[in-house]
Write a protein that binds this ligand. Sequence first.
Ligand code: HEC
Ligand code: HEC
Length: 476
Amino acid sequence: MRFGSTRSCVAALALSLAGCASPTHELDGGGLDVSALADSGAPPAPSYPPAGPVNTGILCARQGDDLVRDIFCGSEATPIGNLSDLQRVLGIDPDDIEVDRGASVTGHSTALATRSVSAVNPRVVFVRIEVATIDQEALALAFVRGEQNVELVVRDRLSRELSFYLVSYAQTCNAEPQGCNPGDLLTPETELGWQDVTLLDEEDLKNTVLDCRQCHQPDGPGTPKILRMQELKQPWTHWFDSRMKGGIALLDDYFAMKGDEALAGISALRMSGTRAAQLETFVRTESGNSGVQPNEFATMRIEEEVSTSAPGQPRDNSVPGRSAAWRAQYEIAMRGGSINVPYHDVKVTDPLKLAAATAAYQSYLAGDLSKNALPDFRDIYPDDPQIQAELGFTTEPGLDGAGVLRQACYQCHNPRLDQSLSRAQFTADLSMLDRQQRDRAIERLLLPPDDPKAMPPPRLRTLTTEARERLIELLR
Ligand code: HEC
Ligand code: HEC
C-alpha cells in the first residue's frame, strides 16, 4: 500500500502508524502491523480516473464474509473512482427512499467527523435494513465532505456480527504541493476523481485515533457492538427533517447556502424528504440491543428546556439555550461515563460565521468567487470556550487537572477497552500511573497538534493552555 506524505489529513492521521511519521512506533500489543503492510506487495499507483480499490491483502486474509469484502476482496478489483461508484457497487440508490432503505442527514455529529459537521456541511447516513426474503443485506454508509473517507457497517453473513469499515481516498490535490483547499474538500469535487481508494477494517484501526470500536463496542472485546444515534427519538434534535421545528431550521440554513446543489447523490428536492426516523429504525432493527443508546440524548425534554430559556431557539441561536436535563447528561460524559453528548441547541453554528460562509458559497455558486477562494467553513462553531466544551471539542473551563484527565482522556484510555493495545499502557486513572507513564503522557501533551502522536487527538479534542497546564502539573 502507498501511504505517502501527500495523503489526506484523515488518512495521515489514521495511517500515521503505517509510515507517514514513525515506523519505529511501539506497537508491541498489536495494532496496525506496519511491517506486514509495508511488505504486502504494494500495488501500483491506481490510474486516474477511475482508481481501482486497494485490495489489502491482510484484511482479506482475515476471517469474514460480507458485502464489503465481496467488493474489495474479490479476485477482480471493482473500479471505484468516485462516491457514486461506491454507492452503486453497494446497491445504494441515493434517491430511493422506502420504509426499509433511505437516508438520514445530520447537522451535528459526535462521531469521528465531529469537527467538520454542521447544517452546511452535514453528514449523510444511507441505511438499508436486512430483508432476507429479497436477499437484502443490512448496510449503513456514512459520508461527510472534507474527511476524504466513507464509514461503513455491514453484517457478517456467518458470525452475524456487525463489521465496521473505513474506505479512504485521495484527490489530485493531495499530490499537489499546496495540498487540498476547502474548495477541493467541501464542494461536490470531493465526491469525484477518487484515487488511492483504500479499505481498512476495525482490526486495522484498533490502536489508532480512528478506532471504531472505542465508540461502537464501548464495553470492550467480546461485548456486543452497537449502532449509534444519540438523538434516537423524535424530534431527533440535530437531524434534518421537514416535519420537525429543529429539522426545518437546519434545512433552511442548508438551502440558504447550498441552493439546489446535490449532496452524495441526494438532490435538493430529495434532501427535504430525508427522515431522521430512517436511521432510528435502522439502529433499532439492526442492533443486538434494540438500539439502546448509552446516555441517550433526551431530545424532547432538552428541546423544551432550551426554547423556554431562549425563546428565539431553534431558529435564532444567538442566545444559547440552557437545559438542566442536558447538563446532567453532559456531566456523565465529563466524568468519562460516555462519549460526548451532542450539543444542547439544534444549531451548532456561530451566526456570524454562518452568514459569512453562506455569502461566500453563494458567490461561488453564482460564479463570482473561485472555488479556490472558498473559506474553510468547517470552522463555523462559536469560539466561546464554554460552548467549545459543550460541543465536546475541549474540556469544561475551570476544571482541575484530574477533571481534565477524566474528560479529555478516559474515553480512549479506560480499562473496559482492549487492554492488549499499546494505547492501554496509559490509563486515565491517576492511581494507576507510575512515573514513566506520567512522563510519557506529559511528552504527548507537549507535542504540536499536527504531530500524529499528539494527545488528546486534535481530531476529537484539544486542550486550552490552561487545561493543558493543569493536567501537566498533576502529572509531574
Ligand atoms: C467518537 C465515537 C465514534 C467513533 C470513533 C466512530 N463512530 Fe461511528 N458513529 C458514532 C456516532 C455518535 C454515530 C451516530 C451519528 C453521528 O453522530 O454522526 C455513528 C454512526 C455511524 C454509522 C451509521 C450507523 C449508525 O451506527 O448510526 C456508521 C456506518 C459508522 N458510525 C461507522 C463507523 C466506523 C467505520 C468507524 C471507524 C472508522 C466509526 N464509526 C467510529 C460514533 C463514533
Ligand atoms: C480518541 C481517543 C484518544 C483520546 C481521547 C486520547 N488518546 Fe491517548 N492514545 C490513543 C491511541 C489510539 C493511542 C495509541 C497510538 C499512539 O500511541 O499514538 C494513544 C496513546 C497514548 C499514549 C502512549 C501510550 C504508550 O505508552 O504507548 C499516551 C501517554 C496517551 N495516549 C495519553 C493521552 C492523554 C494524556 C490523553 C488526554 C489528554 C489522551 N491520550 C487522549 C487514543 C486517545
